[in-house]
Design a protein around this ligand. Sequence first.
Ligand code: GLN
Length: 198
Amino acid sequence: MRERIAVLALQGAFLEHEQALERLNIDWCEIRQAKDLEQAFDGLILPGGESTVQGKLLRELGLFHALKKRIEDGMPVMATCAGLILLAEHLVDDPTVWFGTLPVTVRRNAYGRQLGSFFTRGAFGDIADCPMTFIRAPFVESCRPGVEVLSRFDGQITAVRWQNQLAMAFHPELDQDMRIHRNFLEMVRHPASCLCCS
Ligand code: GLN
């Protein structure tokens, strides 16, 4: 079977994810409007950008409930930056909840203005020395038991996995290292696999 990954293409850094999938020779499609949900796809990428804009567009375009249901039903999803905010069950000092399917509390723009954007390298689960580009990034302030912590920067949680949801505060699609995308594809191929315990 050849997997097909849908990329939410409403706003933000979706093109870079599509280019990453091209490099990996993976079939992909874009989700821009409700009729795009009629095509078959096996996994979903929620790109970085502006979560408030993306969340509003998801609702206005009639995509929100269908995508939420598919995530709840177990469709593998990879979320970067704003995507992490869209998945979070709670936001710090903000009553907004978008999909709310990932049992974590996320702080938006968590690194403040001065350290708004930066680059570092670090571990992602058992993948060592991953490039990590942060752009006005959130971090995960707390997570419920059962959520796997995959990365930390400066003591703060920057990547997690919970069941079918893989989410990170940084942008792996902006670097040439494809190991995190490959990992997501493994989740799509083997939904029960666990990055920490496999
Ligand atoms: N600061 C953005 C937000 O709150 C996220 C930034 C990003 O996706 N690079 O939605």
